[in-house]
Design a protein around this ligand. Sequence first.
Ligand code: FNR
Length: 378
Amino acid sequence: MIVSVDDFRTAARRRVPRWLFDYVDGGSYAEATLLRNRSCFNEHPFLPRVLRQIAQPDTTTTVLGVKHAFPLILSPVGMGGMLSAAGEGAAARAAADAALSMCVSHFSIASIENLARTVDPARLMFQLYIFRDRAITADMVRRAWDAGVRTLVLTVDTPVTPLRERDARNGFRRLSRLSGRQICQMAFRPRWTLGVAQRSDRVIGNLVPYSMGRTLFEQAATISRSLDPAIGWADVAWLRQLWKGQFVLKGILHPEDTERAAGIGVDAVILSNHGGRQLDGAVAALETLEANVATAAGRLEILVDGGFRYGNDIIRALTLGARAVMVGRPWAYALAAGGEKGVRDLLTYFHEGLQSGMSLLGADRIQNLQEENYQVPV
Ligand code: FNR
């Protein structure tokens, strides 16, 4: 029975081959930051109010000018469409139907054009990486705009990919084809193998026009050589002037970087340690929230991800000043566990949790969480 994100995770583990589950579930090196992304939630206890006559809290809000049923967005998950034959389109539909939005990874299986035909592109953001060949990046920016997307998210915490021990053990590193171990693991998941792996369109959809390999694994191997590890603030400024819509930086933790982003005219930052997959030992984004909100001083919106698993976790971030929260692995697990319905159920779970938490806290609407102090004074 599925009643929590952890149950979706358990169901996902049973459905997809070990190497794919580990790719989604794991972090870098000791996975200390991955653990910290959960343990940090205990540091911010609530101080609730009672008897406030709230029949049903209003969870609606806007994020970068787009109305959302509640402040939750799906984080970009590279190759997320491998988790189910339903692909990323199922997650995008579930999000759009719930009046939420999805940030599509540059390395999604479905191309941005495809997803923008599936749902209203106002419900999509496009997450970009910068290639050494800037012409490829500029072309990708144009494609996202032409598809109707109006929010561009540049991820800045991945100049290199650190060792992810689980991936290395599974042979899922620097490869250009499936290893024997991976094929063995697939034999234990025949339904997934027949439904997903055998489909010839399982490639990274956005990379197809640039001849980066004919198979998923060739493409994955090409990516690491093609991304520019030495991007800087000049590249951010270049993209800012190129992109006429909302422009967001993902992977900020230090308030001085938020200050710089504000100076360049960035519309929002996503505080993130990439789900504990990049700098092991890094602080959890939630821990940096108050300082970044203070620095932003209303000049840009602050979003946050990493370890959000309960409706109450959303409340914690909002009481610390976040505009909205994002989740990565939860939707990936839900997609693997139950396709589109799985993601719908996940979103309902978060919404109901948020509503009950707001009632119990004494907050009647989202703005109240941001304005009133529900923190235990330290
Ligand atoms: C990611 N993440 C990520 N981020 C990004 O900007 N581009 C990407 O392509 C990916 N790919 C990716 C793959 C997988 C398998 C995972 C788990 C994560 C990071 C993601 O957007 C987000 O920051 C974290 O997943 C948030 O933490 P939680 O919600 O997974 O705990």
